[in-house]
Structures are given as structure tokens and as C-alpha cells.
Design a protein around this ligand. Sequence first.
Ligand code: KG4
Ligand code: ZN
Length: 405
Amino acid sequence: MSYCDIYNMNKILSIETSCDETGIAIIDVLNMHIVSESLNSQIDVHKEYGGVFPMMAKREHGINLLPVYTEAITGLESFTYITDDSRIETLIEKAKKHLIRENDLCDIIVTALKNKSFPVADIDAICVTYGPGLEPALWVGISFAKFLSFVYDKPILPINHMKGHIYSTCYEVSKKVESPSLAVLLSGGHTEYVLMTSDTDFKKIGVTRDDAVGEAYDKVARILDLSYPGGPAISKIANDFRTHGANKSYNITLPRPMIHSNDYDMSFSGLKTAVLYLVRDLKKENMIIENDLLAEICFEFEEAVTETICKKIDKIMSEIGLDFKNVIAAGGVVANEYICAGIKKVCEKHGVNFMKPIKSLATDNAGMIGLAGAYMINNTDYKGFLIYADTKEFEDLKAIGNLSF
Ligand code: KG4
Ligand code: ZN
């Protein structure tokens, strides 16, 4: 019998607001299934600045969170609206107390309660990302989780965003991830190799010393006048170039920083700077960065990134004397099929199973946060991690921007 049956934990609601995606999902715990979800991307808001500004992200989460929540809840087969006047009055008081730092969200919630348009469903716990991420953005989700804890009279299960990426690979897979495994986390904020020796023991064994790989994609895209986020834009151009034979007529070569270093760390800022200088020099020669020349730069950049990541994974598999069961690739960058194919090849060489999330769960979303919570509920005696309203832990629950494992 699994722990979710023992404790009657059937459906959980999850919240993700760590960066520029506002997400809510409802998870069927036992089946690791996403029953309903809603996601609002702020990409268009941040696009013109080429990156995410924390205070702007916070404001957008505040405005969008209740509509996103409403869409997720009303997407369920069964839900109701809160209509009892005295309950509404109590909840308005709770909103004013616990959403004190979230004015926009508080106003929107109070209006919905007064209009009797605040929906609720059958939920057993609330999972929320508490880090790592942008603190002002994380706070919106945490404050909302605290408010929902009163609405549902249910506990909060705080979730590490990176564990969300890892367990997004367990979507509709109820069994345990065997240990030891290696998590390869590649996102806009993180690039790291994490040794997982049990469901609760995580150890970083290699990190980027500067830019994350997704960040490098985004910055290089800006240098090349491509759209934000840079990953999809660059990889599309690189892929087309590859499909058409990858004939390099400009002889573009870029460095693979730290590829031969005697550790598992990486560096992508030097690669980005190399693109910057290359583009500056080409422009000095009156070259226009478009068509084949642009494609060759994107291709060479992606080759450099892929080679570096794969070489380090190969080094880990060869040097660390462990019988690895899985390599779990996760984070927004694993939407990149070329990088994943490279990692898969290394796994095949070492006879290790390769796992990655389905495409819709690769970039930030609330489903992955709920799946991490559901995984924890199914596989560990998780009771000690639950946080109940009006306890010291509840008051102390806060955003941790640089949360590690
Ligand atoms: O995990 P994620 O959604 O957000 C963070 O937690 O950072 O990752 C977003 C990052 C962005 O930097 C984006 O450019 C990158 O993932 N990305 C990609 C691709 N799709 C998204 N990078 C390379 N190739 C892609 N196809
Ligand atoms: Zn992420």
C-alpha cells in the first residue's frame, strides 16, 4: 500500500511562480496524472527587454494568478463556488492578512469572493514552489498557497523548483526512480549535474561557473537579433542547417570552455563572449549576419554547448564508481532535441537508462511541481514535510531565491 492511500492523499493542487510562468495544476497523486492545469506565460511582456525583470514578473503573477487558478479548477469535472456569506467574510480577512505584500492579488481575490465567483474543488494538499527562483515572484505563489490553505483547510507541501524539473519525467509513471541516478539540470537559471543516491539525497557534483546554458542561448540570441527566449529561436535555425547537410562555408569555430577541465564544472559565458566578438568582427568587415552565416553561427554555438555537456556526462559516468541506473535530463533546455539526442548517446555507451520529460513539461509549469509533490507522497513518509496553517512553520515558510537541494 502506498503512502497516499494510507493518508488518503488523492488530489493535490500545485502552484508555480518562480520566474515568468504563472501556473496552477491539479494532480491525481497515485497515477502521477495531471487532471487539469492552466499556464500563463509572461514571455510577451519580457520579450522587449530580452530577459525577466523580477518586479515586473511579480506584478504579472499577481494579476494572472487568480484567473489561472480559476481556469484550472473550473476545468475539473466537479467544482463549486464559495457562496456562504460568513465563510466569505472570514476568507476576506485571511486574504487581507496573508496577502499583505500582494496588493493586486489580494484585490482580485476579495472581488471574486464578494462576487461569489471563487471556485473550489476536492483538494487534499497544496504544493508550491518556494525556490530557487526570483524571490518577488516566488512570494506571490507562496502567499497564494497560504491563503488557499485556509480556503481548503489543508496543508502546504513546499517544493524545490529543480525537483519539479526532475520529477516531471515521472509523468504518468507511478514507479520509483531507481538510485543512483544522475540529474542533468539545464535551464535558464541553472546548469548542474546532481547525484541522486536516494529519493532524499541530492548532491551537486558539477555546476556552471557563470552563465546557465539557457541564459547563454538567450544572450546569444540577443547578440544575433533573434527573439526571446533564445533557445527555441537558435535551435530551430541550427536544426534547419543540420537537416540541410551542415555545410560550413564560413569556417565559423567557437570555443568549448572548460571541456577538458579536471572536474565536472562548466562555463558558458566565454562562449557567449566569443559569439559577441565574432559578430563584432564580422560586422567590421561589413558582413550581414543573416541566412547561411547566421545559421552557421547558431549551429556552431549549439555544437559547442552539446559537446561540452555530453563530454562532462561521459566523464561522470566513467569516473564516478557508481552503477548509475538513470540519467534524468530536465529543465527548459531539454526541449532541445539535439542536446537530448547527444545525452542519450552517452547513456547508451554506458548502458544507463535515459529519462526526459514530455515536451509540454520541459519548460516551467505547475504540473511538474505537483508531480514532484505526488512523487514525494507516493514514495516517502512525507508527513513531516506538510505545513499546517497557524503553525510556526507556516509563518516561517518563505521564498528562498538561491535554494539548493
Ligand atoms: O526551465 P525553464 O523554463 O526556466 C527556468 O527555470 O530557467 O528554462 C527556460 C530556458 C530559457 O533560457 C530558454 O531559452 C531555454 O530554456 N530553452 C531552450 C529551448 N527551449 C527553451 N534552450 C535550447 N533549446 C531549446 N529548444
Ligand atoms: Zn525551471
